[in-house]
Design a protein around this ligand. Structure first.
Ligand code: KG4
Ligand code: ZN
Length: 363
């Protein structure tokens, strides 16, 4: 299948953490790029035995997965590799070794094909990902970026025009989920597991802190929450005559209702802060559109409460499709294509570096 002459086919490669993602989008003029196909391999099962991501294992697995995934994407889209016009890849932030795999493969592909390449910011991928949904947002909007490594409120006026309004001063929201889940003995990644356990719990059962809720700014702090969860878990274990020194293995022996109550209280504390700060950002900026992106954006309670809070204030909330909330190649292909639309040039020198730490507003 040949694309129209004014169309661009952008291949996207994501390898910043524990998901290898590849996707192909078609970009026509200034229209929102169209996702033709994407494929993903999650390393979650591999890392689970270690209770978290092992960077060296992640890099090695990306090496194994990325080319078969690229072949699969091209096959599904009905295209050959030579049809690709630009190869976009995640340049950062993320694990250095993991990023190097995607960057290296993308630049090697570009060099072999004689096609240009473009390094993309992972968080830009997340915050633009709702443009691939059936009901995409329009600029400007506020973005709540909630992933395993980041918690930020940004004002987004257009592609590449991002102003940081507030961010976490310690742990990210996803980390708060993951670390609390870990000490409850739940499998990695803790967010979805804790959220599932919370479904049958009472969110008001335990009083947990909501740090910086009344700080008067849009910053977050979640490090204290996991300590509070730990203290509460130890109290419960002591009450039930269990060894409270190491909560994780014993916690699952507690009555199911208590486990669910602590999970629900933890989830409620995280979600409460995220929702109230997001609403404060809407008031502060006067904007009427909120985009929620990043893995924690898949959380059901967060979605319910944001929907309710925003509806009451005349604010529309936009989410990526559920399967594009966590890391994927589609958002990288999309961000690459939208950057090209905004005038950025892809390069043909194929020298690459990666940026493990890379603030989005300093791109
Ligand atoms: O965006 P993402 O896939 O990777 C990063 O860029 O970090 O986000 C992963 C994070 C993990 O902390 C995971 O526990 C969390 O998103 N997460 C959730 C849910 N699904 C994923 N947290 C709460 N509820 C969920 N349903
Ligand atoms: Zn991510």
């Amino acid at each position: 299948m040949q694309s129209e002459s004014h169309d661009l086919l952008v291949l996207g490669i994501e390898s910043s953490c524990d998901e290898t993602g590849v996707a192909l989008v078609r970009s026509s003029g200034q229209n929102v790029p169209v996702l033709l196909a994407h494929a993903l391999h999650s390393q979650i099962d591999m890392h689970r035995a270690y209770g978290g991501v092992v960077p060296e294992l992640a890099s090695r697995d990306h090496i194994r997965r990325v080319l078969p995934l690229a072949r699969e994407v091209l096959r599904r889209a009905g295209h050959a590799l030579v049809d690709v016009d630009v190869v976009a890849y995640t340049r950062g932030p993320g694990l250095a070794g993991a990023l190097l795999v995607g960057a290296g493969v993308a630049c090697a592909m570009g060099a072999a094909l004689g096609k240009p390449v473009l390094g993309v910011h992972h968080l830009e991928g997340h915050l633009l990902s709702p443009f691939l949904s059936a009901d995409p947002p329009r600029f400007p909007f506020i973005a709540l970026l909630v992933s395993g490594g980041h918690t930020q409120l940004m004002q987004v006026d257009g592609v590449g025009r991002y102003a940081l309004l507030g961010e976490t001063i310690d742990d990210a929201a996803g980390e708060a989920f993951d670390k609390s889940a870990k000490l409850m003995g739940l499998p990695y990644p803790g967010g979805p597991a804790l959220s599932r356990l919370a479904e049958s719990g009472d969110p008001k059962a335990f009083k947990l802190p909501r740090p910086l809720l009344h700080s008067g700014n849009l910053d977050f702090s979640f490090a204290g929450l996991k300590t509070a969860v730990m203290v509460q878990a130890r109290k419960l274990l002591a009450l039930h005559g269990a060894d409270a020194a190491q909560p994780a293995p014993q916690f699952m022996q507690l009555p199911m209702q208590l486990q669910a109550d602590l999970a629900a209280s933890t989830e409620a504390a995280i979600v409460d802060v995220l929702v109230r700060k997001s609403l404060a950002a809407m008031v502060q900026t006067g904007l009427r559109r909120l985009v929620v992106a990043g893995g924690v954006g898949a959380n059901r309670l967060l979605r319910q409460q944001l929907n309710a809070g925003c509806a009451a204030r005349g604010v529309r909330v936009f989410y990526p499709e559920l399967d594009l909330c966590t890391d994927n190649g589609a958002m990288i292909a999309l961000a690459g294509a939208m950057r090209l639309q905004s005038g950025e040039q892809a390069v043909t020198h194929y020298a690459f570096d990666v940026k493990p730490r890379w603030p989005l507003n300093l791109m």
